[in-house]
Design a protein around this ligand. Structure first.
Ligand code: MRU
Length: 374
C-alpha cells in the first residue's frame, strides 16, 4: 500500500472525463469514530456550511474542501454567457467561502490564488475557460497537498531524530506527543504533524505516540486516536492536563503538532492547548516542533498578535455530544478554539520544503525560507 493510500479519506472528489461533471463527498468528522458517513457537497454554499459546522476541519482540509466545493458547483452548473459576470460570480463565492472559519489561513490563501488566476486568464477567456481555471487549480491543490505531506513527513522524521540525538544521545525508540488532529482527516491524506508521526513509525524509530484528548472538541480523542489505531501505531491517549506531567517524567522525547496560521516571525496559531504544551515542553527541555505546509504561513502578519482567534459556542464545554448539559446553568464560558505560541518556544517549523530553524538570535525568517524554497 502506498503511504498516502491508507483508507482514511476526509475528501473524495471525482470528475467524469467525458461529461465534465464532478462530485465531492466529505467524511462527516462529527460522528467519527462511531459512524463513517460521507455527505454530498453540491456547491460552495454546502462547502461553507460543512466547514463552519466542522463536518470537515483542519487547516489544509478546510482549504481543499472549500475550493473543491466551488469546483463542483462550476463543473455541474449552467454558466452565464458573459465572462465578466462569470468572473465576478467566482470572486463573490470565493470571498464568501473565506468567511466560513477565521483562524486557519490556508483557505484564504487558496481563494486569493484562485482570484488571481481568474484575473490573469485574459480578455479572450470564455466563462467555461474561467470555470476550468478554478477546477484545475482546486484539483491541483488536492494533489500537491498529498505530495507535500509525504515530503514533510520525511523532513520531520529526520529533524526529530536529529534533535533527539543531540539532546538525549538517542534517535530511536522515540516517544512523541501530538495534539489535536493533523492527520489524513485534516488534509488530503497522510497528514502534517501526524504525517511526521507516520514517517517516524515507518522509519522504525518510533516507540510510542501520545495523543492528547484536545478538549473541548476532542479532535485528539475522537480523530487522532482513530487514525493511530487504524495504522496500528503503538499509541496512548492522555488528557490535556496529563501531557505536561508526562513530559516532566522524561517520557516524551519530542512534541510535534500542526498550525492554522504562522506569522512572518514564526509565531504559531494552533488548537487551544498548544501554548501550554509549548511552555511545559520548554520547562522540561523537550524539543517542540510545528509541522505545516507553507500555505499556512501568513507573511502579511509580522507576528502572532494580529491572528484572528475563533471563539466557538459555549455548548462545546457545557454539554455532552448527546446534548446533555453537564455544567451548572448560569456559569460564564469562554471557548477560544485556538491560541498563539510565541516563536522562541519552537525548536523548528517543518514544511514540505524542509525544516525552518531559528537563527543564532533565536529568530525565524519565514519569508527568507519561503523565497529560497520556491
Ligand atoms: O478546529 P480544528 O479541528 O479545525 O483545528 C485543527 C487544528 O488546530 C490543527 O492542528 C491545524 O488545523 C492543522 S491540521 C493539519
Amino acid at each position: 500500500m502506498a503511504p498516502e493510500d491508507h483508507g482514511l479519506r476526509a475528501i473524495i472528489y471525482e470528475r467524469d472525463g467525458a461529461s465534465g461533471r464532478a462530485t465531492l463527498k466529505l467524511l462527516d468528522q462529527r460522528v467519527i469514530p462511531y459512524e463513517k458517513t460521507y455527505l454530498d457537497v453540491r456547491d460552495s454554499k454546502d462547502g461553507w456550511t460543512m466547514i463552519n459546522s466542522m463536518v470537515v476541519r483542519g487547516a489544509p482540509a478546510i482549504a481543499i474542501a472549500g475550493v473543491l466545493s466551488l469546483a463542483v458547483e462550476l463543473a455541474n452548473a449552467d454558466l452565464p454567457q458573459d465572462p465578466s459576470e462569470m468572473a465576478s460570480r467566482i470572486n463573490e463565492k470565493l470571498t464568501y467561502l473565506v468567511t466560513s472559519r477565521p483562524t486557519a489561513v490556508n483557505l484564504a490563501i487558496a481563494c486569493g490564488d484562485l482570484k488571481q488566476r481568474v484575473a490573469r486568464a485574459g480578455p479572450g477567456a470564455t466563462s467555461k475557460d474561467l470555470a476550468e481555471v478554478v477546477i484545475a487549480a482546486s484539483e491541483e491543490l488536492m494533489r500537491t497537498d498529498t505530495e507535500g505531506n509525504l515530503s514533510m513527513g520525511s523532513f520531520g522524521s529526520k529533524a526529530i531524530q536529529e534533535a533527539c540525538r543531540k539532546r538525549r544521545s538517542k534517535d530511536t525508540n522515540l516517544r512523541v506527543l501530538t495534539h489535536c488532529n493533523t492527520g489524513a482527516l485534516a488534509t488530503s491524506s497522510y497528514g502534517t504533524a501526524l504525517g511526521v508521526v507516520r514517517s517516524l513509525h515507518s522509519d522504525k524509530v518510533l516507540e510510542r505516540a501520545y495523543c492528547t484528548e484536545t478538549r473541548p472538541y476532542n479532535q485528539g480523542a475522537r480523530l487522532t486516536a482513530y487514525e493511530l489505531v487504524h495504522d496500528k501505531i503503538p499509541s496512548t491517549l492522555v488528557t490535556d492536563s496529563t501531557a505536561p506531567y508526562l513530559m516532566s517524567k522524561g517520557e516524551v522525547d519530542a512534541v510535534v503538532l500542526g498550525a492554522d496560521r504562522i506569522a512572518a516571525n514564526g509565531d504559531v496559531a494552533n488548537k487551544i492547548g498548544t501554548y501550554s504544551l509549548a511552555v511545559s515542553a520548554s520547562y522540561s527541555n523537550v524539543p517542540f516542533f510545528v509541522a505545516a505546509p507553507v500555505s499556512t504561513v501568513d507573511l502579511s502578519l509580522p507576528n502572532g498578535s494580529g491572528i484572528p482567534i475563533e471563539e466557538r459556542s459555549s455548548e462545546e464545554m457545557t454539554h455532552l455530544p448527546d446534548g446533555k448539559r453537564v455544567v451548572a446553568d448560569g456559569i460564564g464560558v469562554w471557548n477560544p478554539a485556538f491560541d498563539v505560541t510565541p516563536a522562541p518556544l519552537i525548536a523548528g517549523i517543518i514544511t514540505e520544503y524542509g525544516t525552518v530553524w531559528p537563527n543564532s538570535s533565536g529568530e525565524f525568517d519565514m519569508k527568507g525560507f519561503i523565497d529560497s524554497a520556491r
